[in-house]
Design a protein around this ligand. Structure first.
Ligand SMILES: Cc1ncc(COP(=O)(O)O)c(C=O)c1O
Length: 367
C-alpha cells in the first residue's frame, strides 16, 4: 500500500457534481473574469472571516505584493518577517525595494513575539506574522506591540483558513490579511487564486484598483497598476467549497488528534502543539526528529510520502545569500529546517493510511 502525502482527488471527488455545476454555470454565464461568482465569493469569504472587505486576486504572492505596495512600502523601508516561512513573505518585500528583516521563530515555528522589538528600527514600517502550518500567532499581543510602534500588520493566512482565537478569526486582526487558494491549501481552487481581506474600505479599494491596472472598470487608469485577478471559474469552485470547509477542518483536527494520541511520548519525536484548539487548522502536521533525514528515507522506502516545510529557512536560501545570515542568528529556524518532517494529513485520508504512517514511525524508532 502506497501512502501519498496528499490526495486532492479524494477531497474533490465527493463534491464532483457541485464542482461540475460550477463549471457549467461559469460556461453559461460566459464572463470568465469579473463574473457573478467572483463577487459572491468575495462577499461570502469576508462574512465568514468577519471583515468588511475581500479583494480576490491571482494568488497569495500577488496579494502580499499588492497590499504592501498599497500600504506605501517603498525602497529604504524595512518589513519584519519570520525566518521560517514560505519565501513569498520576504520576496515581495524585496520586489518593492524594501528590506525583509528576519526574526527567529518560537518552539512552534511561529514568529517569536519576544524578539520582534529588538528587530524594529526607524525604518521599520510593517510586520508580516505568518500563521504557519495552520496555527495562529498570538495576534492580540502582536497587535499591541505593532500599535505601540505605529507599524502596519499584514497577516499571512495562506495556511490558516478559518483558524480562530476567542477574539477573532485569522485575517481579522491586522490592517490587512492575505490568503492563498493554491490547490493544496485547506481551501484550494483548481488552480491558482488568492485574496486580500482588509478592515479599511479605502485600502481595499486601492488594492482592487492596483490589481486591475490602476482603476475600476475598463480604461480607468488612475495610477500604474498590475493585472492580478481571480478567474470566475475558480471563484465558483471556491464558493462551492466554502460549504464544506468547516467539515474539512474538523476532519483535519481529528486526524491530528489521532496522530497525537498514537505518537505522543515516543522518544526522539516532538509533536505539534496539542493545546492549540480552534486556533490550529492543521494545514500541515509537522513532527520533529533529530534523525529526520533517516526517518524520511525509511518511510519513503516503505511507501510513505512525507515532505519538509521547509528545507531551508528563508535567510539561508540562495535568494538571500547576499545578506550573509549565519545559522546562529536564527537557531530555531535552523533547527526546524534540519528536523521538521510533515506527515500525510488531509480530509478523507483513509484510516489504514494513517495507521501505516504511525506504524512506520514506531518501527523506525525501534531500529
Ligand atoms: C505561508 C505562505 N505564504 C504565501 C504563499 C504564497 O501563495 P501562492 O502560491 O498563492 O502565491 C504560500 C504558498 O505556499 C504560503 O504557504
Amino acid at each position: 500500500m502506497q501512502v501519498p502525502f496528499l490526495d486532492l482527488k479524494a477531497i474533490n471527488d465527493p463534491i464532483r457534481m457541485e464542482l461540475e455545476a460550477a463549471f457549467h454555470e461559469s460556461l453559461d454565464e460566459s464572463h470568465y473574469l469579473f463574473g457573478k461568482s467572483v463577487t459572491a465569493f468575495e462577499n461570502a469569504f469576508a462574512d465568514k472571516i468577519g471583515v468588511a472587505n475581500c479583494v480576490s486576486v491571482g494568488n497569495c504572492t500577488d496579494a502580499l505584493f499588492i497590499t504592501l505596495k498599497m500600504l506605501g512600502i517603498q525602497p529604504g523601508d524595512e518589513v519584519i518577517v519570520p525566518a521560517m516561512t514560505w519565501i513569498s513573505d520576504a520576496s515581495v518585500v524585496s520586489q518593492l525595494g524594501a528590506k525583509p528583516v528576519f526574526v527567529d521563530v518560537d518552539e512552534h515555528g511561529l514568529i517569536d513575539l519576544d524578539l520582534i522589538e529588538g528587530a524594529i528600527s526607524l525604518k521599520t514600517k510593517a510586520i508580516i506574522p505568518v500563521h504557519l502550518y495552520g496555527q495562529m500567532v498570538a495576534m492580540p499581543k502582536l497587535m499591541n506591540l505593532a500599535n505601540r510602534h505605529g507599524l502596519k500588520v499584514i497577516e499571512d493566512c495562506a495556511q490558516s483558513h478559518f483558524a480562530k482565537l476567542p477574539s477573532g478569526m485569522a485575517g481579522s486582526f491586522g490592517d490587512a490579511a492575505v490568503f492563498s487558494f493554491y490547490p493544496s491549501k485547506n481551501l484550494g481552487a483548481l488552480g491558482d487564486g488568492g485574496c486580500i481581506s482588509a478592515k479599511d474600505d479605502s485600502l481595499a479599494l486601492a488594492c482592487r484598483k492596483f490589481a486591475n491596472h490602476g482603476g475600476i472598470g475598463k480604461d480607468s487608469h488612475e495610477f500604474i497598476g498590475i493585472n492580478s485577478r481571480m478567474d470566475t471559474i475558480q471563484a465558483a469552485v471556491l464558493l462551492r467549497k466554502l460549504d464544506h470547509i468547516d467539515a474539512w477542518t474538523l476532519a483535519r483536527r481529528e486526524l491530528a488528534a489521532y496522530y497525537h494520541e498514537s505518537l505522543n511520548g515516543l522518544s526522539e519525536i516532538a509533536l505539534p502543539n496539542a493545546e492549540a484548539g480552534e486556533s490550529h487548522v492543521f494545514h500541515i502536521y509537522e513532527i520533529r526528529s533529530p534523525r529526520r533525514n533517516d526517518l524520511k528515507a525509511y518511510l519513503e522506502a516503505n511507501g510513505i510520502q512525507t515532505q519538509i516545510h521547509y528545507p531551508k529557512a528563508v535567510p539561508f536560501t540562495d535568494a538571500y545569500k547576499q545578506l550573509e545570515h549565519q545559522h546562529t542568528e536564527f537557531p530555531r529556524a535552523f533547527l526546524q529546517q534540519e528536523q521538521t518532517l510533515s506527515l500525510p494529513l488531509y480530509p478523507r485520508m483513509p484510516k489504514d493510511h494513517q495507521d501505516k504512517v504511525i506504524e512506520g514511525i514506531k518501527a523506525f524508532i525501534s531500529i
